[in-house]
Design a protein around this ligand. Sequence first.
Ligand code: AMP
Length: 291
Amino acid sequence: MKLVETVAALEVELDAARAAGKTIVLVPTMGALHEGHLSLIEEANQVADAFVVMSIFVNPTQFGKGEDFERYPRTLATDIEVLSKLAQAPAVLFTPAVEEVYPAGLDAPLKPRAGALGSVFEGIARPGHFEGMLNVVSWFFEVTKPEVAVFGAKDAQQLFLIKRMIHREFNDSIAIIEARTVREEDYLAKSSRNRFLSPEARAYAPNLFASMIQVQEEIIEGELPTVALAKARTILDRPPLAKLDYLALVDKSTFSPISDEFSGEAQLLVAVVVDGVRLIDNITFYIQEPA
Ligand code: AMP
């Protein structure tokens, strides 16, 4: 695994890989690697002739004021150690400096891309988050020019917006691999932020997945989505420990909230702030037309 910090050095690696007929596969992350991230590398390695570039960059513009940018875990030395022990490590680990990604400075305006989806669900609690995220992902796409990029299904709204950006701005030239969410034994989705959970918060955390599965089962058995959601909301919202932000069902193809009459592929989204730590999760399931 080559450690690369600049675009110039990255280009040398990419040129050689392309000359050797390789397919560039990008795996963007913010580091503090866990098994979820490692599963993205496994997915990337499934691509024929893959030349896997993993990036680690804690992107300042996707953190709002008062969010955890300063506190976000930065564990580069451990990350490198973990990666180098893999049977199939990425070919390149790209860790650009903030100045390289933002030559005009962090206060320069970002190209607006998120539109109305930037201010719903995650966008309400995290204004500007998706503009910052899309800005940095498009930067990584531009400097890497991957044929394939791997993202986790865990961040549903992020993935929807990235797919839309690839369609609108990259001419559908990048294929996306959507990697399934890797979970702990009690089904808590793995996350770099889980380390901040207090014992009480950690004990509560499996409720997210359990409640989503309950909603899914009830709907599949014929309960109205609004009724199933309302019931689960009362279970999830447990102040002062846990404050439910949203539990919502959207049409996976549009990310718009669905009505009780909807049939098709639905995505159930949840976000809860547990003892100061924001947890998000989602599942996808099919809602049949009523018989
Ligand atoms: P992050 O470092 O948290 O920004 O995440 C980098 C990538 O890893 C994103 O594509 C995430 O969706 C993905 N990811 C994060 N957590 C998981 C998980 N538990 N399972 C699978 N992918 C994940």
